[in-house]
Design a protein around this ligand. Structure first.
Ligand SMILES: [Zn+2]
Length: 263
């Protein structure tokens, strides 16, 4: 009889827990409008968002804010103490391929667990921005527009920070970050001999830029977790396109301003 009593109490507790759980889930779903996931992706996102909210690597975007790309977080030149050209940089994880984005969130989280804070320098990069780097010389990039993984949302540039100061020259720190990225299956630019680029991480699932330029996208390893991948990517591509056009206008305005200031 006593056992039965405990059973009943337990199940009541469980019911309360289940009720609270369902309430929490509903609240989370209504908060989880994080573009550019397609609607069907929300359920999965709730799991991810829960994980990352607890991990606190980044605040979730405010769902009341307008859709991308003009709500994307951006940074301007010299934001991290280096000349990165005049055109604005997108520093928003939402602009990345969904699978790669989740890997990067894990990288940020895992580094944070080890006491390393990462700042996001650049995620998606327009063809105009890529050409700007190309024109700035080999120290910046050897790739022209369309040849960098950044143009496909499959690359990111980060920098470790100590007391709000970017640690560009701290090789020990870079190595720790690089190894964390490699553990997650990311390709790390700190291994490149011709252009040592330790802040750069990318993932292409084995595809080259020639494949990506043809419109191919990598096969994700755990496809069952990304049931709406095609829809997500289609939506992302629209936003990339809008950003590209926006940045072409930015470039035009800049050129006009330069031409206007000439004697
Ligand atoms: Zn990069």
């Amino acid at each position: 009889m006593q056992n039965l009593y405990f059973c009943t109490v337990k199940s009541v507790n469980l019911r309360i827990l289940a009720f609270l759980g369902a309430f929490w889930l509903l609240a989370e779903v209504s908060n989880a409008q994080v573009p550019p996931y397609a609607d069907q992706h929300l359920e999965l996102h709730v799991d991810l968002a829960g994980t990352f909210v607890r991990a606190e690597p980044l605040p979730l975007p405010d769902p009341s804010e307008p859709a991308m790309p003009f709500a994307w977080k951006t940074v301007s030149n010299f934001a991290f103490g280096k000349n990165r050209g005049q055109l604005t940089m997108v520093a928003d994880l939402s602009a990345l391929h969904p699978y790669f984005r989740d890997r990067v969130q894990l990288l940020i989280y895992n580094c944070k667990k080890k006491g390393i804070e990462l700042a996001i320098v650049e995620t998606y990069r327009s063809p105009s921005k890529q050409n700007e780097y190309k024109a700035m010389g080999k120290k910046y990039t050897r790739s022209k527009a369309g040849r960098s993984k950044h143009q496909y949302g499959l690359a990111i540039d980060v920098v470790p920070m100590i007391d709000s100061v970017a640690q560009w020259d701290n090789r020990t720190l870079w190595r720790k970050v690089g190894l964390e990225g490699e553990k997650l299956g990311l390709r790390w630019g700190g291994r490149w001999r011709h252009l040592y680029d330790p802040g750069h991480f990318e993932w292409t699932g084995g595809l080259g830029t020639s494949h990506l330029a043809l419109g191919m996208m990598p096969r994700v390893p755990n496809a069952q977790l990304y049931p709406c991948l095609q829809a997500d990517i289609a939506e992302l591509r629209q936003w990339w396109h809008q950003w590209d056009e926006h940045q072409m206008r930015e470039l035009l305005e800049e050129n006009t301003a330069v031409a206007g200031s000439m004697p």
